[in-house]
Design a protein around this ligand. Sequence first.
Ligand SMILES: Cc1cc2nc3c(=O)[nH]c(=O)nc-3n(C[C@H](O)[C@H](O)[C@H](O)COP(=O)(O)OP(=O)(O)OC[C@H]3O[C@@H](n4cnc5c(N)ncnc54)[C@H](O)[C@@H]3O)c2cc1C
Length: 736
Amino acid sequence: MTKKRIVLLAVIAALVAAFFAFDLEHYFSLEYFKHQQATINAYFQSHPVQTAGIFFAIYVAVTGLSLPGAAIMTLVGGAIFGVLWGTVIVSFASSIGATLAFLASRFLFRDAIQRKFGDKLTAINRGVEKEGAFYLFALRLVPAFPFFVINLVMGLTPMKTRTFYWVSQIGMLAGTLVYVNAGTQIAQVSSPAGLASPALIGSFVLLGIFPLIAKKILEVTKARKIYSKWHKPARFDRNLIVIGAGSAGLVSAYIAAAVKAKVTLIEQHKMGGDCLNFGCVPSKALIRSAKLLSQMRRSREWGIKSASPNFEFRDVMERVDRVIKSVAPHDSVERYTELGVDVVQGEAKIVSPWSIEIKRSDGAKQVLTTRSIIIAAGSSPLVPPIPGIDEVGYLTSDTVWDLRELPRRVAILGGGPIGCELAQCFARFGSQVTQVEMLPRLMLWEDPEISEMVAKRFHAEGIDVRVNTKAKAFRIERGEKVMVADQNGEEFRIPFDMLLCAVGRVARTKAYGLENLGIPITHQRTVEVNEYMQTIYPNIYACGDVAGPYQFTHTAAHTAWYAAVNALFSRFRKFKVDYSVIPWATFTEPEVARVGLNEIEAKAKGVPYEITTYGLDDLDRAIADGAAEGIVKVLTVPGKDKILGVTIVGEHAGDLIIEYITAMKYGIGLNKILGTIHIYPTLVEANKYAAGNWKRAHAPQGLLRWIERYHAWMRGGNSGASAAGEAPRPAAGRHA
Ligand SMILES: Cc1cc2nc3c(=O)[nH]c(=O)nc-3n(C[C@H](O)[C@H](O)[C@H](O)COP(=O)(O)OP(=O)(O)OC[C@H]3O[C@@H](n4cnc5c(N)ncnc54)[C@H](O)[C@@H]3O)c2cc1C
């Protein structure tokens, strides 16, 4: 830092320190002003220009040094000078003060910050250069952030000083006017009755609703800017058009039809989308057959000498097909047509914010206009660009369902939910499975011991799990397909007959008009939406996998509700999507289900927690069922029964966790779960026992010792604590 900078920093620091050290803050209060009001008014009457000059200088100093007090001074400005002059004086003083703070921050810190984080700030700098004035205007209009923070932060950006000054002056004008006006009313209050005067109440109501009005103005301004290059039709063919008939699209269309909107649902491929045709439904059907096989092989555990599985893989896959066909009517064209949805089979393309071009399956083209659009285009499997992958060929979750012959050796890329579920299935059908994951463990988002429980089971079932292993290339060597992999710097080969790529799914964002409209895509490659599921075009929404951040059928349905209701009724009320309680499950054996925080997330977010566990090996029903494996792991607020998150591993974990999901959603704690009758003997009793463990660990020890003395006294013995009073076994550990 140069000498000049050090001197300036020292001067500013000394002034700020003096302000607090001499308690100058108390001069910036309404009480102080009211106390001095008569004296100030008298001085103003005799010396109006000097009063304005002194006020102006103090105001500039306070804002320039980023000291607290500008809001009070604005009210006082109204009280002394009235609406017109108060607004003029405050408007210039606040803009000049803000610009001084902006310049000081720029002079002191900008070079250093840009030098240090220049590459990371490139996008922000570009954004500020392009749209900085608008952002600043928005921040000034809606006081979401303290103004002094805005002054200092803007100083670090490349924004021109001139732009900063005039945008600040214009942006703050409305707010200044509202505050100054409220100030004039304070000046009138001379008795308690004055507090209830309509003018004062009106001023404060205005003060309260100003941010809302400002926000609305901003939304309208922003929307105008976005829509400016498009021609809006005078009338619309539809209230809503939904692109994609997967879980998100179906729910959106269903809601629209239920509330009597005219809605068209467009699907280019199969009704029901991924969940029905390539995802949840076929995978769960396959898992069921694989589980049966596994249980037959373990028949001795249930007292049955032998149950030799005799099966054809083809028959299993045909059952999967039949299951899809049985569920398909729920998502069919016929059902949705009956519900009042206009279903069109074809490819949709957004050609303007209000019109969709449809290329029907019969080749005909049609353009429909609509007031709102919901993009529910889903996601597709990600195929990593590993050399040779196309040459050896691969299957994904889209194509694996066409398989009819069981491959002898299966290589699976990916240790996520799809990779894990299918690895276990193929192993149980008899394939030799190698699962390759480049991260340190399977299901990395779960706590390490949870991943370990699954990995242990996988090893026991003969799956060759290779973590910390990266697939580098694929080759055909002597007629055999081979994966060249690297594990901690050591290269080895994995021969296989079938490669399944399950490294994740990526949102479908191409070839249906997003580029044309300039709808932004996030770093996670999903369509960018706000908390109302709106894209940058307020009448275009996105939900489900295409919008993320979750990729589940239930979250697709959840976000679809917000998209549909907001798309149809936003002019009356808009709903912010609620991601506070999001559950999920991975349907391996053991099944893993979670809601809320686990330990890794709590640590990452710095949330203090306590852990309570209950092992399913202790549960009567699990023992009877031969499923005494797994755990209920609950994170609670230290010292309280408030649930932060739960992970359940074991048979039907995805069903058992529902009780905790409900509890978290409605703020029910472990005490209430413990106080609820659970049917005996069921697996869900595990939830109650976990709550019981928590309760035991939080039993009031001091009180119990007194009660023990009381019982001893009732027995006529001495009142000392006896050995019979077994101390509760602590089951909860505290973590900060
Ligand atoms: C193997 C597997 C197992 C899974 N298991 C589970 C599970 O157990 N539980 C769970 O909750 N989730 C599971 N999922 C995830 C779940 O399937 C998805 O999260 C869900 O299907 C997302 O629904 P969606 O409506 O967002 O997208 P999709 O279901 O992908 O639907 C999008 C639809 O949009 C159509 N479309 C796209 N572009 C256009 C266009 N321009 N014009 C017309 N139509 C278009 C597509 O054809 C598609 O049908 C699984 C996924 C897979 C792959």
